[in-house]
Design a protein around this ligand. Sequence first.
Ligand code: NDP
Length: 323
Amino acid sequence: MSKAIRIHAVGGPEVMKWESVPTPEPGPGEALVRHQAVGLNYIDVYFRTGLYKSALPTTLGMEAAGTVLAVGPGVSDLAPGDRVAYAGGALGSYSTERAMPADRLVKLPDSIDFQTGAAMMLQGMTAQYLLRRTFNVQKGQTILVHAAAGGVGLILCQWARHLGATVIGVVSSPEKAELAKANGAAHTIIGNANLVAEVKRFTGGAMVPVVYDGVGKDTFDASLDCLAPLGMMVSYGSASGPVPPVDISILSAKGSLFLTRPSLATYTATHGDLLHAAADLFDVVTSGGVKIQVNQTFPLAEAQAAHIALEGRKTTGSTVLIP
Ligand code: NDP
């Protein structure tokens, strides 16, 4: 038997239960993975609360790192003992063991430990596609990053600085501002009250070519006003709640803006895209351009406490659950 954090109904953190489940056999094309570390992500909150739908009961979680225990028929490029990590695909990473499609597993470089691996795959590949594909950030550009001291945020700040960009980071406290500054943000803004005026000040009135907004409802409108003409609004998450329906004519009125609502699933849908995103991430981490910050760990059995901390804006950087 394995252990897993499961939900039988959507709701608050209390719906998560630590239960025994049968350990699966790896089927054709699958590998059985023993998890050594599990990544905590905001999307786990969306599935727990029902903002994102899933059949119930289900095991939560989309990211982990661990060791291959066995492989099913037809799997030739993985073997028992291999160190692997993954992000995305079907729910189920809040567990001690699970069977995964082998082609969604990425071999972890020896220099990356399991906790770092579990912390970086989802948030790090997200930063990769946001900075390199959704909008290709160039040296010399000034960009705006919301929740800059969060999991995706700290990686975005460091990676964008590594690319030669100037980052304006938005956070909710002076402590988070210090952390964002220590990790690549050249300027920080505390709170959203004076967002547009502050961005105007930091850019000498030019505003920014791209906004990375994972906060959603509370920041969407002000984010649009921070863009230069032809700028790109990247609304990639809803930590404060989903963005209400948008009248697209405001994009023309505010300067022929572009708007996208991207997801990691699309950007890593093909095996080639997955391997490319992972390789780019491993490169920037092993070369020291980005340091993955695991600032909180919780026993997996205490996932409730981890969710309370994440939703209560008490975490910084990445959080890992230990099975
Ligand atoms: P974070 O570690 O960034 O935690 C969320 C942060 O959002 C908080 O720390 C807080 O920072 C900020 N926030 C602002 N308003 C609220 C609010 N009302 N309630 C809670 N938090 C708030 O989480 P992740 O790094 O896991 O994810 C960041 C965002 O990126 C999420 O929206 C997530 O869904 C999205 N995401 C999207 C992906 C995609 O492919 N589209 C993939 C991965 C993540 P502060 O206190 O400084 O305001």
